[in-house]
Design a protein around this ligand. Structure first.
Ligand code: NAD
Length: 366
């Protein structure tokens, strides 16, 4: 498939190739859809096996951001960028300064942030060249670490899922299995334990396990392989993708799957497979949108209280997804996609009325 055929297939607006022979920068920016606002999404640095793989990744990820932002109720479109290279050996200030100039050249159509392989420090270098970057440290007015906000969104989603299935959102007396107690998992344990729930956790890192068992009571540890077999109310994958698959679904003894991992389902058809087993699936990209909501807050001068208040709205969004799934008789994954699509399509239909000066002049005067 040619690049243009790939753009047509998933309705991308624009793909920008950025090359700088001096710093060796090779970056690709994917802008999927800007109906709701500027395309926001992180910059991933990865040693792709070839350029075609990098293009495929940026197209897939940028489209995902459109749906995530739309479902989260943000006035943002979907974008993502990749820098081709080894993040351990090929990073330096000038590479990111050069990259920042390309981002500036997009005039705000794309706003970047950190992602896999890039850090807050890298984004501060980018920021020296452009305002169109978020995810910078608290010390310089940014939103800082997104993980506690992502965890808060997962906690709200778990409560909404319990409300939907049992009529009661409280975690008191409930048991939750958490796969991975890293940045997000740690804060998730905290919320559940504080709400009266118990947790069973697994991780491949002893230091992270030790941190949760020493900081909280009511935490049981099992081996990474045993986490799928736990008799629990909720299974919260918070480490890896594709963990809900043909092998694991028959083993699950939970009534809800709701966690922070990206791409929890191995394939979309696994949403229906969970439904067949009467397990409620809270779609990952809605559940884990707290980090995006927090970082997007930087665009309006970061305010933590406002960020927390907005992240808590994920509760109602998750309930809306379940409601659509019931009304339309579709999986919860399809319902989340519908929720996002409806918002984009509804805004696209509103006429852009003449307001006294041509659009371009109006933008200049903002
Ligand atoms: P992290 O790297 O801090 O933590 C992941 C934890 O999972 C680590 O402790 C790691 O040792 C553990 N782990 C790895 N393989 C495992 C296995 N096989 N079994 C059990 N544990 C295993 O990552 P994080 O920031 O906490 O993110 C967790 C997930 O949530 C990731 O999938 C990430 O993409 C997603 N996510 C994170 C954020 C965020 O704000 N950090 C936002 C959206 C989505």
């Amino acid at each position: 498939m040619t690049v243009f055929e790939q753009l047509e297939k998933r309705s991308h607006e624009q793909v920008v190739f950025c090359y700088d022979p001096v710093t060796g920068l090779k970056a690709i920016v994917g802008i999927h859809d800007t109906t709701l606002g500027p395309a926001l999404g992180g910059t991933r640095m990865w040693n792709y096996k070839d350029e075609a793989a990098a293009v495929r990744d940026v197209l897939r990820l940028s489209r995902g951001m459109t749906y995530k932002a739309a479902a989260a109720g943000l006035n943002l479109g979907g974008g993502k960028a990749v820098i081709i290279g080894d993040s351990r050996t090929q990073k330096d200030e000038m590479l990111f300064r050069s990259y920042g100039r390309f981002i500036q050249g997009l005039g705000g159509r794309y706003i970047t942030a950190e992602d896999v392989g890039t850090t807050v420090q890298d984004m501060e270098w980018v920021r020296a060249e452009t305002d169109h970057v978020v995810g910078i440290s608290r010390a310089i007015g940014g939103s800082g670490d997104p993980s506690p906000f992502t965890a808060l969104g997962v906690y709200e989603s778990i409560k909404a899922s319990l409300k939907w299935t049992t009529g009661n959102e409280s975690l008191a007396g409930k048991r939750v299995s958490i796969q991975g107690v890293g940045a997000v998992g740690y804060h998730l344990v905290k919320h559940i334990v504080h709400d009266g729930g118990t947790v069973v956790v697994a991780d491949i890192r002893d230091d992270n396990l030790k941190r949760v068992t020493s900081d909280f009571s009511g935490v049981e540890v099992v081996s990474p392989e045993a986490i799928y077999d736990q008799d629990v109310d909720v299974f919260a994958p918070s480490a890896l993708g594709a963990v809900i698959n043909d092998d694991t679904i028959p083993r699950l003894k939970c009534s809800i799957v709701c966690g922070s991992s990206n791409n929890i389902l191995d394939e979309d058809r696994h949403a229906a497979a969970l439904q067949d087993r009467d397990i409620l699936y809270a779609p990952d990209y809605v559940v884990n949108s707290g980090g995006l909501i927090n970082v997007a807050n930087e665009l309006e001068h970061y305010n933590e209280e406002r960020a927390v208040e907005r992240v808590k709205r994920i509760y109602d969004i998750v309930l809306s997804v379940f409601q659509i799934a019931r009304e339309e008789n579709v999986t919860t994954l399809d319902a989340a996609n519908q929720l996002a699509r409806r918002r984009i399509d509804a805004l696209a239909k509103i006429k852009d009325r003449y307001v006294g000066m041509p659009l371009r002049a109006r933008d200049r005067n903002r």
